[in-house]
Design a protein around this ligand. Structure first.
Ligand code: ADP
Ligand code: MG
Length: 465
């Protein structure tokens, strides 16, 4: 797959918007597209090099989908992305640059900008509280009332009655919002207290860097000096072996020192796989509560509140339409509203339901297109004329095992499911089995044109349902 300088630039900008400045700098900035071989060209394959194998796994696991989708969108065709560790990253252009003149970036191989280490240096970067996220701007309903009240209780108390406070729930349901609200509230009433907010990803990243720089002591000192430590999305550190272990030692030390710890995750402690039991129980020994998807009244109230803030006149029927169309993620709801407001302002159009349908067509279409793991298993089984049960079963003969791997690969490509979730859907397999399957198919499609063709066809079948 060819990628011009401009296209890569566009992909980078797009990714930055999607993942945020800090995570982008830490993980995605160091990516470099490699010049494609002829077969890669033929197979719509893009190879991105990363500086370390840790980053390879990390980026693949956490940003693989976003990167694949962004590249596909920019190039206007479905591409596959593979990651390759290129430690001698500093300078060497790849061997195979000659045939595609002017498409692959000379720029990209210059040693500037390459080090993630230099990108984020100040501990306070990426740790700012968002002024929009306060208790006042949080709309409550049945789905989040308990979490809201608990968050308020935590922000009022200095007695560490609930430590850690563990907030969990699906994407875009206001966990980060509530966490920041606690931070603002503490700071308002006790300006002298030190509050530190950090995403688990940033925490982990900085921790790894400290290990590498042999500066873990000063890293830990920094955390010792805070009164309230908030770590967002800690599912990111689950299953990270030694790093996770170190992370939880720090965590334990802080709790021992009487620091208030506030954590969020996309699942409850007991649903977190890949962590040791003693750590799991430690996580759950304070107050754990869940934010649920908002019911329709709450969605309507959120819409109304956000529309008011934008100075955007939203009629009841349009609000109802939106609240029904987007039901599981407040961030998406908000995004849709922002887009509508911007379009309406630009075009001066009246905001009717058909206007909404027109403007948000891509959004509705993409939510309709979301393919399920069941469908993937069924179509792949059909395609290879094997039984669906074989997707869950243990038979290891190649005519069965290979399609199963293809299905796992497609599950990773076409859905936002994590490796453990996919493993579970395939008869309770371990996430490493899924990772291995994905790698295997990635590698094989490079060498085996028949398999590459099968995979491509299946992708098409599954996206045009
Ligand atoms: P999470 O951290 O759970 O993925 P966020 O806290 O980032 O979700 O919320 C996503 C967006 O939705 C934010 O802009 C947030 O302000 C908004 N949001 C979520 N829930 C509510 C709510 N109950 N009231 C107001 N805004 C909300
Ligand atoms: Mg969040």
């Amino acid at each position: 797959m060819q990628l011009s300088v401009d296209q890569w630039q566009q992909v980078q900008n797009d990714l930055k918007v999607q993942v945020g400045h800090d995570d982008y700098n830490s993980w995605l900035l160091p990516l470099r597209p490699e010049a494609p071989s002829t077969s890669e060209l033929a197979q719509n394959l893009i190879t991105l090099s990363v500086p370390t194998s840790f980053m390879q796994d990390w980026v693949n696991q956490n940003y693989g989908d976003i990167i694949q989708k962004t590249l596909s969108k920019t190039l206007d065709k479905s591409v596959n992305v593979v990651y390759r560790v290129a430690p001698a990253f500093d300078v060497k252009p790849p061997k195979n640059t000659s045939p595609i003149k002017g498409t692959i970036l000379e720029e990209a191989f210059k040693p500037k900008n390459i080090s993630a280490q230099t990108a984020v240096d100040d501990l306070h970067e990426g740790t700012k509280l968002d002024p929009r996220f306060t208790f006042e701007t949080f709309v409550t309903g049945q789905s989040n009332q308990f979490a809201f009240a608990a968050a308020q209780r935590i922000s009022e108390s200095g007695d560490l009655a609930y430590n850690p406070f563990f907030l969990h729930g699906g994407v875009g349901l206001g966990k980060t919002h509530l966490m920041h609200s606690i931070g603002w509230h503490v700071l308002k009433n006790h300006p002298e207290r030190k509050v530190l907010y950090i995403s688990a990803e940033q925490f982990l990243y900085r921790f790894i860097r400290a290990l590498k720089d042999k500066s873990t002591l000063s890293f830990k000192d920094t955390f010792r000096s805070v009164d309230v430590l908030m770590i967002d999305d800690i599912q990111f550190i689950a299953g990270k072996g030694a790093t996770q272990e170190e992370f939880f030692h720090t965590f334990n030390a802080l709790v021992g020192m009487g620091k208030q710890i506030i954590l969020t995750a996309d699942r409850s402690p007991h649903e977190m796989e890949d962590i040791e039991d003693r750590l799991r129980s430690r996580l759950g020994c304070g107050l754990t509560c869940e934010v649920h998807p908002p019911e329709v009244e709450t969605r309507l109230a959120i819409l109304q509140r956000k529309a008011d803030a934008l100075g955007f006149a939203l009629s009841e029927d349009v609000a109802m339409f939106l609240a029904n169309a987007i039901s599981t993620n407040v961030r998406e709801l908000e995004g849709a509203l922002n887009r509508l407001a911007a379009h309406a302002k630009l075009t001066n159009a009246e905001v009717t339901i058909s206007f909404v349908q027109e403007q948000l067509r891509d959004l509705f279409r993409s939510s309709m297109r979301a393919v399920t793991l069941d469908e993937i298993q069924k179509k792949v089984a059909d395609y290879y004329s094997i039984k669906i049960a074989d997707m869950h079963g243990t038979r290891r003969s190649r005519p069965i095992a290979r399609p199963r791997q293809v299905a796992m690969f497609l599950a990773k490509q076409l859905t936002t499911k994590s490796y453990p979730e996919i493993g579970r859907a395939f008869g309770g397999r371990d996430h490493t089995t899924v990772m291995h399957a994905v790698k295997t198919i990635e590698n094989l499609t490079e060498r085996d044109p028949q398999l590459a063709e099968d995979v491509r066809l299946l992708e098409r079948i599954l996206s045009n349902r």
